[in-house]
Write a protein that binds this ligand. Structure first.
Ligand code: F6P
Length: 324
């Protein structure tokens, strides 16, 4: 391996910059050239490359987002687009790629590798934490802290006005953010995409907690929850079935994706960035570097994207017991 290309793709996540920095400096340490590819796979198709050295990544460890920019490339989903990408890599003498992103990024990498047999290593970075084979993805810890801080603030106003708040958090397919931030912020109810406990149970539980003396409540709702209603319809439904509870909705949105990465995410990103360069040098291909019990591990990319509807059932139990 003489020259590595690095890109970030899909939804950005805090800590992506720290991961790029570690890849670039890992390359410098191993005396491998490193090329930054802007705007993910789209930049690969459009030849948007820049040589990076150890100094190119100064002062970025603390910055959210990704300085290489990110995109969800439609063109890379076509055979022609991927052919162009391959040609550009060949022309630039790049002989391996490190892709930083989530399941969409890894799926693209797998197809590309199938067609062109190109060495690729994935680094999991998404606030959703929905990648198989790694205990945590880069950005997840920061997003959780952002969400908990926001819900703490919402609780102040909820309790001052004796209101019930529905707070929507990100997670189209994964409830990790909702479940963990919900427990961390002491939410009364948490709705996640992986399970459908029914809207009637929700209303009954809220009635019960009202009777037990609660004057305000927080319901954390993951974007992709299974109630079959959007958060505003859900609020209306609950209002129609609960007496004298004023309801408000707060959609946290993209603030969850921004901000300076937590120390945990910076360290994780640094470990995985170095791990990716090491993996390439050791001849590993088409794998993701993940973290398991604090150690960097290698997971085949096709296994990494098979997250399914898994969630920690013990966390659900903890949430139910502590929110009474
Ligand atoms: O994949 C990360 C994520 O934040 C999801 O939780 C969310 O559904 C999605 O990205 C939103 O992405 P965008 O607004 O960039 O389309």
């Amino acid at each position: 391996i003489n020259k590595i290309g690095v890109l970030t793709s899909g939804g950005d996540a805090p800590g992506m910059n720290a991961a790029i920095r570690a890849v670039v400096r890992g390359c410098a340490f191993q005396e491998i050239e490193c090329v930054g590819i802007y705007r993910g796979y789209q930049g690969l198709i459009e030849n948007d490359f820049e040589e990076l050295n150890a100094r190119s990544v100064r002062n970025i460890i603390s910055r959210g987002g990704t300085f290489l920019k990110s995109a969800r490339s439609k063109e890379f989903q076509t055979i022609e687009g991927r052919k162009k990408a391959y040609q550009n890599l060949k022309n630039a003498d790049i002989d391996a790629l490190v892709v930083i992103g989530g399941d969409g990024t890894f799926t693209g990498a797998l197809i590309f590798n199938d067609e062109h047999d190109f060495p690729i290593i994935g680094i999991p970075a998404t606030i959703d934490n929905d990648i198989n084979g790694t205990d945590f993805t880069i950005g997840y810890d920061t997003a959780l802290n952002t969400v908990v801080e926001a819900i703490d603030k919402i609780r102040d106003t909820a309790s001052s006005h004796n209101r019930l708040f529905l707070v929507e958090v990100m997670g189209r397919d994964a409830g990790d953010i909702a479940l963990n931030s919900g427990i961390g912020a002491g939410a009364e109810e948490i709705l996640i995409p992986e399970e459908d406990r029914g809207i009637e149970r929700l209303v009954e539980s809220l009635k019960k907690s009202r009777k037990s003396g609660k004057t305000s409540s927080i319901i954390v709702v993951a974007e992709g929850d299974k109630s079959g209603k959007n958060i505003f319809e859900l609020a209306e439904y609950i209002e129609g079935h609960l007496e004298d509870y004023e309801i408000r909705v707060s959609v946290l949105g993209h603030i969850q994706r921004g901000g300076s990465p937590s120390c945990y995410d910076r360290v994780l990103a640094s470990k995985l960035g170095i791990g990716a360069v090491d993996a390439l040098i050791n001849g590993e291909r088409t794998i993701m570097v993940g973290i398991h019990h604090q150690k960097v591990v290698s997971i085949p990319l096709d296994i990494a994207i098979k997250n399914g509807a898994k969630y920690d059932k013990n966390l659900r139990r903890v949430a139910d017991i502590t929110s009474v």
